[in-house]
Design a protein around this ligand. Structure first.
Ligand code: DLL
Length: 432
């Protein structure tokens, strides 16, 4: 089912023409309205009318998170503040947040792409949408909210937290669609089980889970424990919020809303464009944003554009699920380690729970990697010998994948802190 068949299934040649026209408009807008971009374009000898086709894209400069930070808070806005009707912000790891602004038309486009996303996971006018993404400066809550209202569904703006109450609401209000981070979805499942409520007591049918990396195995767990179709939704505040890309029920990658966002994959080292199928850094150019248009924004998220077309009928390109970030790669004793590699190993081994913590320390100039893994109640009450055996097996498998030594600590069920929003999986105690 589509929300907007005309655009979601637009023939590629028409889509390309639309993108080219919108790219030219965007470049002209930033040239005239944003001094930062005018300088960056002039430095490359480019004027407002020098971009003619998508082939010209590599001529354009990149925009980075640092550029947003250097121009904090409103320096990259392309409209006067009187035209801005909403602000959001994402907290960075260092100091000041990144501030993003929306005009009325930007909010309209955001609601449109979110209506498409919700429709893809089965939402209709009849749906009761339980929105457990945080409301506030984070874009998750209000992003889903406006999309749900656009469809005409009933939205329950429950936000994060008060987990038992959320479950009561889901049951009593008859929620059919759940939206939250995948880690919170698993936590909801866990608390539900503790409360003696089964998925048959609920009416859930579908859900959109994102804002943090997750895996195919996590999907299987969420689907079987909550009894719904779980789809991946991607987005970032700088670009608009959730709704930049979303899976369809084929579950073969996330369709990018290409009439509004132009995507490329680049080699993060050289900045060169990579062909479909190659993994690299996702770069996004907004095609219709008014308040904060971005040219070639480097997301730091690692994925690939998937070749081929999708049987669902949507013509928009698909990206693979996000594999990690160029900046959450840990370099441990010179070896590149992504948390997702460790997660994959854990999910292969039965008896472990989908909750883990990666701790990195430096002792006497040497990096040490420790992984805490929660085990199920049943495993935890087993004999010590069996636990030791499991610990050894996890250690061996992680060492096989990473090629470096690691310590594994099995911990009691429910030891590792649960999150209501994005899960924190890595604690890096090294002072680098
Ligand atoms: O997380 C927007 C969002 C809200 C997306 C709700 C999906 C659902 P930020 O807080 O600015 O915005 O964080 C953006 O989160 O660059 C990715 O690293 C990560 N991220 C978002 N969605 C996914 C996903 C929102 N589906 C950053 N898979 C992005 C993996 C994701 N990582």
């Amino acid at each position: 089912m589509y929300w907007n068949e005309k655009y979601e299934c637009m023939p590629r040649s028409e889509l390309r023409a639309l993108q080219e026209e919108r790219l030219k408009e965007t470049v002209a807008r930033v040239y005239y309205e944003v001094p930062f971009y005018r300088r960056a374009l002039q430095a490359r000898g480019l004027g407002p009318n020098d971009i003619h086709s998508l082939e010209d894209l590599p001529k354009l400069p990149f925009t980075t998170k640092d550029d947003l930070r250097d121009n904090y808070p409103y320096g990259l806005f392309a409209v006067p503040l009187s035209e801005v009707v909403r602000l959001h912000a994402s907290s960075g790891t260092t100091g000041k947040p990144t501030v993003v602004g929306y005009t009325r038309r930007d909010l309209d486009i955001w609601a449109e792409v979110m209506a498409r996303a919700l429709t893809a996971c089965g939402a209709t006018k009849e749906s009761m949408i339980h929105n457990a993404y945080g409301y506030g400066l984070f874009t998750g809550g209000l992003g889903v909210h406006y999309g749900a209202e656009r469809i005409g569904a009933s939205v329950i703006p429950v936000s994060g937290g008060h987990t038992k109450r959320q479950i009561m609401i889901m049951k009593d209000f008859g929620s059919t669609i759940l939206t939250c981070t995948p880690s919170y979805a698993l936590y909801l499942a866990e608390v539900m089980e503790e409360m003696g409520i089964s998925k048959e007591d609920l009416k859930l049918k579908g859900g959109l889970f994102g804002a943090e990396p997750w895996s195919e195995n996590m999907r299987k767990q969420i689907e079987s424990r909550l009894g719904l179709l779980a789809l991946d939704i991607y987005g970032l505040s700088e670009v608009i919020g959730p709704g930049v890309a979303v899976e369809c029920p084929e579950k073969q990658g996330l369709h990018v809303a290409e009439d509004h966002f132009l995507v490329e994959i680049i080699d993060p080292e050289t900045g060169e464009q990579l062909p479909p199928g190659s993994y690299g850094e996702l770069v996004v150019t907004t095609l219709t944003k008014e308040a904060l248009p971005l040219i070639r924004y480097r997301t730091r998220d690692i994925t690939a554009i998937l070749p081929g077309s999708c049987p669902c009928g949507r013509t928009h390109v698909r990206i693979d699920r996000i594999k990690g970030r160029t900046d959450d790669m840990l370099v441990i004793r010179g070896v590149n380690v992504f948390p997702s590699q460790i997660e994959e190993v854990l999910f292969r081994i039965s008896g472990t729970e989908p909750h883990y913590l990666i701790i990195v320390e430096r002792r006497e100039q040497l990096d040490e990697l420790e992984v805490w893994v929660e085990v199920s109640e049943q495993v935890f009450s087993d004999e010590v010998r069996r636990l030791e055996h499991l610990e050894k097996r996890i250690r061996r498998e992680i060492e096989d994948v990473l090629g470096i030594s690691v310590r594994v600590k099995l911990v009691e069920p429910k030891t590792i802190e649960r999150s209501e929003g994005k899960a924190k999986r890595v604690i890096d105690r090294r002072q680098l």
